[in-house]
Design a protein around this ligand. Structure first.
Ligand code: FNR
Length: 213
């Protein structure tokens, strides 16, 4: 079965450095035999999470669409910008809506549980947005996602890409692709039922892995 990777960027900016980096990491996923689906959160136009709105109207259509996309994929490849040491409100808002249950349905968190995630980040700064990855890891782990240790933070990102959106440094290109490839390998072994991963590492345990058609 082909491993399906949902690629999400925490920035919807037209010339987003993170989106460029995400696309390169996704190439690594497809080179490894996975199938990558790219979405832009801007296209979903989610309202800011509001509990009263949820009580009155249930989940917005766009949140249901995102939940359905999650259900159709084995793993998430996420690029996150760093905003003041954390990750973007755009991404947090999407995760918050997606974590909510549909009316009469199971817990929203169940949609994330047991799936894999890998992170990349890009920033003009010296740390490449690394702090945002740490904060995001905490949220994703809380949701039950298994965040793989393979990650890449691209520093001085405003100088790193050429006019075609390719990384000028072959070593950086390789590192970014390797994150996508590692995600396919991890999620693929789980998908094929050979092994499953836990936070303690790979083992032949019984952690739940959701089926994807
Ligand atoms: C930033 N930026 C930033 N960079 C960083 O390395 N650490 C930080 O804490 C912050 N904080 C921050 C806050 C806000 C509100 C903005 C708008 C920006 C800079 C940020 O990394 C830069 O704008 C990136 O280019 C944003 O990512 P995209 O849109 O290029 O993907």
């Amino acid at each position: 079965m082909q491993t399906k990777i949902l690629c999400v960027c925490g920035s919807s900016r037209r010339d987003s450095l993170n989106q460029k980096l995400l696309e390169i990491a996704a190439l690594g996923a497809t080179q490894e035999g996975g199938a990558a689906t790219h979405i832009r959160l801007r296209d979903f136009q989610l309202p800011i999470y509001d509990g009263d709105m949820e009580t009155a109207h249930g989940l917005p259509r766009q949140a249901l669409e995102l939940k359905e996309l999650l259900a159709q994929h084995h793993a998430l490849l996420i690029a996150t910008p760093e905003y003041n040491g954390g990750y973007s409100g755009l991404l947090k808002n999407a995760l918050d809506w997606m974590s909510r249950p549909t009316q009469g349905g199971p817990s929203g968190v169940q949609g994330f549980s047991g799936k894999f995630a890998a992170l990349v980040s890009a920033s003009p700064g010296a740390l490449g947005g690394l702090r945002s990855q740490i904060v995001l890891q905490m949220t994703l782990s809380k949701l039950g996602l298994l965040v793989i240790p393979d990650a890449f933070a691209l520093s001085r990102a405003h100088e790193a890409f050429d006019e075609w959106g390719q990384l000028k440094d072959p070593a950086a290109d390789q590192l970014a692709r390797e994150v996508g490839a590692a995600l396919v390998r991890r999620a693929g072994t789980s998908t094929n039922g050979f092994r499953q991963a836990s936070h303690d590492g790979i083992h032949s345990g019984e952690s739940p892995t959701r089926a994807v058609n």
